[in-house]
Design a protein around this ligand. Structure first.
Ligand code: CP
Length: 309
């Protein structure tokens, strides 16, 4: 079925179809302004979100559709103990597609087994965040190109779902992937194993320091070190300090380096970097709209308006 649960399910051709459609929509958004008039997208966010939720809502409205929003866990019947399976079965009766964010890894896979409308995983615990990956790939393609790419992915690689999703998707493009993190926050071994299996020539390297690899990078993808996972604050401060990017850090980088971050950031990229040519993270967040419009358009298909192709 047309559920979008993990980036592992996306082939190179699937990815290119979405990115090409997103580029068309970005160039001429009015062409799709009424395309899905009357269609409703159900938003089920069991965890906080700013970008993902609001860009899905923007995307659906820019396609002529609208959203129905469960609201917070606190204000919903989840508080009364309703199961996720029951919740999605009910909301699929209200909406043409569902977007689910949930703290439990595997929640989207489970929920998708109970519904017939397309279900999009907007983040499941430390698992996957495939629509983030599509907007990340779009941003990489625009700034550095996806061919012969050398990318550094830095920060909390253990729990970062955007990283797990992106790494699998990049293996479709034979990217050179350098993972930079403290030992305690390395990529799960299972992900490293899968990447080696998937790529003809494994081009995956792990580092504890950015310094040795920075000059060779086309893209540096920074993620938040998750403070809440450190029992000892001083240990967090020690580690976090080593994985912060300032203008001085970037002196050793190529002039063409693109710096990305899924956001929200805390203090891993200094605000001064925002003013440099390297910074692409706000553009990246904005790309969430055309990319999610493209994805929704492809999933909702010809159920839209009269000007369907
Ligand atoms: N990048 C991202 O998923 O941001 P939100 O948590 O704000 O949706």
């Amino acid at each position: 079925h047309d559920h979008v649960i993990t980036s592992k399910q996306l082939s190179r051709s699937d990815i290119e179809t979405v990115l090409d459609r997103a580029a068309e929509i970005r160039d001429d958004p009015t062409a799709v302004a009424d395309r899905h008039a009357g269609a409703l997208l159900g938003l089920l966010f069991f965890e906080p979100s700013t970008r993902t939720k609001m860009s899905f809502e923007t995307a659906m409205k820019r396609l002529g559709g609208d959203v129905v929003d469960m609201g917070s866990v606190e204000s919903s019947s989840v508080k009364k103990g309703e199961t996720l399976a029951d919740t999605v079965r009910v909301i699929e009766g209200y909406a043409d597609a569902l977007v689910l964010r949930h703290p439990k890894q595997g929640a989207a896979t489970m929920a998708s087994e109970f519904v017939d409308v397309p279900l999009l995983n907007a983040g499941d615990g430390a698992g996957q965040h495939p629509t983030q990956t599509l907007l990340d790939l779009y941003t990489i393609r625009e700034n550095a190109g996806l061919e012969d790419l050398t990318i550094g992915i830095m920060g909390d690689l253990k729990y970062g779902r955007t990283v797990h999703s992106l790494a699998y998707a990049l293996s479709n493009f034979d990217a050179h992937q350098h993972f930079i993190s403290p030992e305690s926050l390395r990529l799960p071994r299972e992900v490293v194993y899968d990447l080696h299996q998937e790529q003809e020539r494994a081009q995956v390297r792990e580092h504890e320091s950015l310094e040795e690899i920075l000059p060779s990078l086309d893209v540096l993808y920074v993620t938040r070190i998750q403070r809440e996972r450190f029992p000892d604050e001083t240990e967090y401060q020690k580690i976090a300090g080593e994985y912060q990017i300032g203008v001085d850090t970037l002196e050793a980088a190529s002039d063409d380096l693109t710096v990305m971050h899924p956001l929200p950031r805390v203090d891993e990229i200094a605000p001064e970097v925002d003013e440099t040519e390297h910074a692409a993270y706000f553009e990246q967040a904005h790309n969430g709209v055309p990319v999610r419009m493209a994805l929704l358009d492809l999933l909702l298909g010809d159920e839209g308006g009269e000007d369907d192709e």
